[in-house]
Design a binder for this molecule. Structure first.
Ligand SMILES: Cc1cc2nc3c(=O)[nH]c(=O)nc-3n(C[C@H](O)[C@H](O)[C@H](O)COP(=O)(O)OP(=O)(O)OC[C@H]3O[C@@H](n4cnc5c(N)ncnc54)[C@H](O)[C@@H]3O)c2cc1C
Length: 412
């Protein structure tokens, strides 16, 4: 057997590697060389705790381990950390060439792309005191600034990661301002009721939430550190720490010379095959999910785990000349803010109708279904895990609105 390479040693890449070794049930796993490369000099951390337990000080960074971190020896990986993939040759003959940042040219029979996303930065020079939360190094630097006792933290962006950072900083007793350029948090992707709930949840806790105003520029002091944020509406917010949570971009630039289609990440078919002998998974992969009849790229933890496994098995099928099976999950996501667990399953859009099925938004504990015509597209729960799990299982069977609504209809 030849060499298979996995690019990205984080959640999706390691789960693909595990599946490559395990096999498919019908067929044995890969017992040849399995090279796993990652640009990071250390094994990437499990990312969800970074904005929660690690940022709050409850956990050390070392406790944020991806699930397979303790099984690397058992999987027999040729793990090359601090090594980036720099190019992938187009398909040809019986393999491809993967070029690495140390100059190595690997001849591989198959490749898994699991390069995730890189954070977006605000335009302008990089100032001290301005942070993102993606890597272990990011959170270590942010913690050092928080431990110094800043008088105010400004969070730019009220998406889930920004909102978690605001909640965790507030939980540390810090003064926090959360800025959002849109009129409501997550306005582009979720119905307005959800954004209004998130804004109110933070206001309840004393966060200064400012909506509908973008950042014009950051002002630095003589020491090169940020000292104020100038907003597009002309106001100025003093800040000695700024946390930027304005999304990620899929890491695909290095694939420019390959034969793969790079559109909203690496475009795959419904089975996660991106091209001959290449699969993709996790935050970097875009694919038509047949269950929703929609092309999607999903930046959720559980998707990286499941899609990683699926992509590994798909590559084994590809190399054996077997057709793959479609990847058709109901995406699922959670976020912890204060003492609220927010869970979302499905694929909502901003224009879906928000239909409350349990609790009230005012008491910040509720379950809601999202309706688009005769379809139920998603379920959202705030401290309502049972409702979310029930609806999620239903959505996996059928997206019919009547079926989902019947779950929560009053019983006689
Ligand atoms: C702070 C934070 C909190 C989160 N909280 C939640 C949550 O509560 N719930 C939830 O569902 N999801 C959450 N997520 C999202 C979840 O963690 C991600 O969806 C998941 O980590 C994606 O895994 P991945 O393996 O696809 O990509 P990544 O984890 O981004 O890993 C990609 C890896 O590829 C490497 N790489 C990139 N380019 C190259 C290259 N050219 N060569 C070699 N290596 C390369 C990178 O160094 C990186 O290690 C959170 C994410 C963050 C950042």
């Amino acid at each position: 057997m030849g060499t298979i390479a996995v690019v990205g040693a984080s959640l999706a890449g390691l789960h693909a590697a595990e599946a490559l070794r395990a096999g498919t049930g019908d067929a044995p796993g890969h017992d040849g060389q399995l090279v796993v490369v990652d640009a990071s000099p250390t094994l990437p951390p499990d990312r969800p705790p970074l904005s929660k337990q690690v940022l709050s000080g409850e956990w050390d960074l070392a406790q944020a381990k991806v699930p397979l971190a303790d099984r690397l020896d058992e999987l027999g990986l040729d793990l090359r950390l601090g090594t980036a993939a720099t190019s992938l040759s187009p398909a040809g003959g019986d393999g491809r060439t993967l070029t690495l940042s140390d100059g190595t040219e690997l001849s591989v029979e198959g490749v898994v792309l699991a390069t995730g996303g890189a954070v977006r930065h605000l335009p302008g020079p990089q100032l001290g005191g301005v942070h993102s939360i993606r890597t272990g190094e990011d959170v270590t630097a942010l913690l050092a600034d928080l431990d110094a006792g800043p008088s105010r933290v400004v969070v730019v962006g009220a998406g889930f990661i920004g909102a978690e950072a605001a909640a965790t900083c507030r939980g540390r007793g810090l003064e926090v301002t959360m800025l959002e350029a849109a009129a409501a948090p997550m306005e582009r992707v979720l119905p307005g009721e959800v954004g209004a709930f998130v804004a109110d949840l933070h206001r309840d806790q004393g966060v200064d939430v400012r909506l509908g105003t973008g950042v014009e520029r950051l002002e630095a002091g003589d020491d090169g550190r940020v000292r104020a944020v100038h907003l597009a509406d002309g106001t100025v917010v003093q800040a000695d720490v700024v946390v930027v949570g304005i999304g990620v971009v899929p890491q695909v630039d290095w694939l420019a010379g390959s034969d793969l289609e790079l559109r909203n990440g690496v475009l795959c078919d419904s089975t996660m095959l991106a091209g001959p002998r290449v699969v993709a998974c996790g935050d970097v992969a875009c694919w038509p999910n047949p269950h929703f009849g929609e092309e999607m790229r999903v930046e959720h933890w559980e998707n990286a785990v499941e899609q990683g496994g699926h992509a590994g098995r798909r590559l084994l099928d590809e190399l054996a000349g077997r057709p793959g099976t479609p990847f058709a999950p109901v995406p699922w996501f959670w976020s912890d803010q204060y003492d609220r667990k927010i869970q979302l399953a499905g694929r909502p859009t901003a224009t879906d109708e928000f239909v409350l099925v349990d609790g009230t938004v005012e008491e910040r504990r509720f379950a809601a279904l999202f309706r688009r015509g005769d379809r139920c597209t998603a379920v959202l729960g705030v401290n309502r895990p049972r409702h979310v799990m029930q609806a999620r299982m239903q959505l996996a069977q059928s997206l019919a609105w009547d079926d989902a609504a019947a779950l929560f209809a009053p019983k006689d």
